[in-house]
Design a protein around this ligand. Structure first.
Ligand code: HEM
Length: 345
């Protein structure tokens, strides 16, 4: 099982490399996967053996109980009625694996449903209503604008102000994000895939879709008093130990006028949304060989019946995640920063 898991990760990484990594990713020639590797290192330093981004994380596992409703739109086996096992990973963005948990930091959840099988579906989601960027160049420039200044350890406010002046789409996205206050933790967060995809049915009909996970537990406000540097992760360890966590997997169908290329723009709230079943996370573990540590949650690893949209972020993500995976695969001595065993009951 360990061997198969590792192979699954390598296959995905190689696919991304062959298809996308040779040419430029953005509008300018410098935007190769290596340019992103360098940029992540500039911003967060070099942390060998960890992900270039979302370096702090914890492995989870569980299953997707499909109710069969999604099969109306896609022939993907995971949407037929029935249970498919999954592995996943909760994470926080940034290349520093020892970063302190904060209320405001976006929260990540990667899922590989049906892993390591041939028909598996991988998705990496965030607890945001929209993504901050709609172009590869935008992501790259925002990343560099967030480089900490020696002395303060904080990004240069002038650099970020210049970036936002050049990128009104990011300024608008940040305003939308601000309207959605963070919840108490991972367990009651809504996670969204943000990029659009197509569901394809058995006769070839293609529907533009976006998906999200809506928590089944009551949504609570975040803590207001001082908390420990690992409070988000410690809480989700305790949560899963006490009871499995559940989310409804909602699939929203775009109308012809909805933009599939721009992840900074939410689709109108009245779009048809299908409840396709329940994602359940019932175990949590320190990152280690054989669990989600060695999975590349590449959003282009899709089963037959789900296809990428024309959103330019998708191909770039695939290539950069592969570059990140290649750098960390097989590196020993990168101690996991979230130790499940050390969390008190
Ligand atoms: C051009 C845009 C983006 C770039 C360059 C980028 C880059 C990266 C990189 C390098 C990783 C580490 C991959 C690994 O080593 O396995 C990563 C992880 C992640 N990204 Fe992105 N990302 C982008 C957009 C997005 C978007 C739009 C989302 C959400 C919809 C997202 C969510 C995540 C999550 C949740 C993880 C952690 C997955 C895990 O636990 O392995 N990213 N990203």
């Amino acid at each position: 099982m360990v061997g198969i898991a590792a192979v699954g990760g390598f296959l995905a990484a190689d696919l991304g490399t062959m298809l996308y990594a040779r040419g430029p990713l953005g509008s300018q020639r410098r935007l190769t996967p290596q340019a992103f590797v360098d940029a992540f290192h500039t911003v967060a330093g070099v942390h060998r053996g960890y992900r270039l981004n979302h370096a702090k994380g914890v492995a989870v596992a569980g299953y997707f109980d499909s109710n069969g409703a999604g099969a109306e739109l896609t022939k993907a086996a995971v949407f037929r009625a029935g249970r498919t096992p999954l592995v996943g990973r909760f994470s926080l963005p940034g290349g520093d694996p020892a970063i302190s948990d904060t209320t405001a930091a976006p929260r990540g959840l990667g899922l590989a449903i049906g892993y390591p099988g041939a028909g598996q579906w991988r998705t990496a989601m965030l607890n945001l209503p929209v993504f901050q960027d709609n172009s590869v160049q935008g992501f790259y420039d925002r990343l560099l604008a967030s480089t900490p200044v020696p002395g303060t350890g904080k990004p240069d406010p002038a650099a970020m102000a210049r970036f936002l002046a050049d990128h009104p789409e990011t300024a608008a996205a940040l305003a939308t994000i601000k309207q959605q206050p963070p919840t108490s933790g991972f367990a009651d967060s809504t996670f969204r895939g943000l990029n659009a995809f197509y569901f394809v049915d058995a006769v070839g009909n293609r529907s533009p879709v976006r998906w999200s996970l809506s928590p089944l537990r009551p949504v609570m406000p975040p803590p207001t008093s001082a908390v420990s540097p690992n409070w988000l992760f410690d809480n989700v360890v305790r949560d899963i130990r006490s009871t499995p966590l559940r989310w409804r997997l909602l699939v929203t169908i775009g109308e012809p006028q909805d933009d599939v290329r721009d992840a900074t723009i939410a689709w109108p709230a009245d779009r048809r949304t299908i409840d396709t079943g329940t994602v359940v996370l019932d175990s949590i573990a320190t990152e280690a060989a054989g669990n989600a540590r060695d999975v590349n949650f590449d959003p282009m690893v899709l089963p037959e019946g789900i296809e990428p949209s024309e959103d330019p972020l998708l191909a770039a993500r695939s290539a950069v995640y592969a570059a990140s995976f290649r750098r960390r695969a097989g590196v020993t001595g990168a101690a996991p920063q979230v130790e499940v065993g050390s969390v008190a009951q």
